[in-house]
Design a protein around this ligand. Structure first.
Ligand code: SAM
Length: 396
């Protein structure tokens, strides 16, 4: 895949949090502490381990407090930890903006400020161009998603706290607690309102990026997240030109939802969205909701038509979607995916030139947005076309 897979286009947003189990703790003799250290060189602390309910799986808190400016902890299974050496070996030679860049520094185009009713937020300190990198952060605490359901709360909290306390700068994480967080444990509260879905290898984890965490939600955002798999870095890109003094926002939830869906999805974060789309006059919200519902229906209809072997209908519907996305400011977020759909339909119809044209268009958008490295050449287009061949059968 080469450079094309460098960034993930999958949506990352503060997690709709997993439920930490709050059942009774296991009997004491089911707890197994400090096993042998698999590879001492990776970790600066003796791993602390606990077993899952039923004692079938072991999870440990591993820390390398020297990694990056804050240190790095992962709460995960031993085999996943062993595979994570590549992340630790990656040199972090970037200039690191302070987590509490309240004055604004020359290097960073943002500063952290108090925003009435929203806690701390991030504000641009100069004009930022579309697609420019606004912020670069690094995963500081990672937690295997299964850990949160498989280990009892009593033991789970103990590992989570060890993971945070062993960092070089625990306060960078502990300061993220939200006053409106409803979890009964401080670190759980922080994870619930700040973590991002983050794959470690191919194991689903949640991760804290303490600086990116300070960015508030916007339903009509001016920024978006770009994840780099190899380094566990999270980059924030400008979705459009941003003026000096503007608050930086990204959407915590998928784009394209109606107002009721947005409110429901945002509930775990404990605030009511007050962005321009959510606070518009009632008739405008109703009109936007109607357009979004229509888009969702068109999307469903296009998929059904394609799967039912009616490619011409899928083609017509996908074109309608693409024509309607700009009206709701959604071309940026959903355009690449729709162009790929269009390419796929043309591929199935055996129309080589059109298929290639739209693959190129979809990939071009990804490069422009900073998800992939460019330029888009023959090889990159070929990779997508062979994926189509695999999934749809060879058509030409
Ligand atoms: C990831 S944190 C964002 C940074 C946070 N404001 C802080 O002080 O650290 C998420 C929390 O910020 C607050 N928040 C985020 N977006 C908001 C918004 N649009 N309006 C009000 N509160 C918001 C909520 O308390 C939410 O649980």
């Amino acid at each position: 895949h080469g450079s094309l897979t460098q960034y993930s286009a999958s949506l990352q947003f503060p997690l709709e949090p997993p439920t930490l189990d709050v059942s009774c703790p296991l009997p004491v003799d089911d707890r197994v502490g400090n096993g042998p250290v698999a590879s001492t060189s990776l970790w600066t602390h003796q791993p602390k381990c606990e077993f899952s309910k039923g004692a079938t799986k072991k999870y440990c808190a591993y820390t390398n407090s020297q990694h990056g400016p804050r240190g790095w902890s992962i709460v995960t299974r031993p085999e996943t930890a062993a595979d994570s050496a590549s992340f630790l070996n990656y040199p972090l030679n970037m200039t690191w903006p302070a987590d509490n860049n309240t004055q604004g520094t020359a290097a960073a185009p943002y500063k952290l400020v108090d925003i009435p009713g929203r806690g701390i937020g991030v504000v641009a300190t100069r004009q930022i161009k579309q697609y420019e990198e606004v912020m670069l952060d690094y995963a500081t605490v990672l937690v295997d998603i299964m850990f949160t359901t498989e280990v009892s709360a009593f033991l789970g909290y103990r590992l989570l706290h060890a993971a945070v306390d062993q960092l070089a700068d625990p306060d960078s994480v502990l300061a993220l607690e939200q006053s409106n967080g409803y979890a009964r444990d401080k670190v759980e509260n922080i994870l619930r309102t700040n973590a991002f879905n983050t794959p470690l290898g191919d194991v689903p984890h949640i991760a804290l990026y303490p600086l990116v965490s300070r960015i508030n939600h916007g339903c009509n955002p001016n920024a978006y997240t770009r994840f780099r798999h190899e380094t566990l870095q999270l980059s924030i890109g400008a979705l459009r030109d941003i003026a000096e003094g503007e608050e930086i926002t990204h959407s915590y939830i998928p784009l394209g939802l109606t107002s009721v869906e947005r409110a429901q999805k945002l509930r775990p974060w404990g605030f009511t969205c007050t962005c321009s789309l959510c606070t518009a006059p009632t008739d405008e919200i109703a009109a936007s909701d109607a357009r979004r519902r229509e888009l969702q229906e068109l999307n469903g209809a296009a998929r059904s038509a394609f799967q039912a072997g009616r490619p011409y209908e899928a083609l017509r519907l996908t074109r309608q979607i693409l024509a309607r996305l700009p009206r709701e400011d959604l071309l940026f977020g959903l355009g690449s995916e729709q162009y790929e759909n269009l390419a796929r339909v043309y591929y199935v119809l055996g129309e080589k030139a059109e298929a290639e044209k739209y693959v190129r268009k979809a990939l071009g958008i990804r490069v422009e947005q900073g998800y992939d490295e460019g330029p888009v050449g023959e090889r990159e287009v070929e990779v997508v076309l062979s994926r189509f061949a695999e999934e749809e059968g060879v058509r030409y």
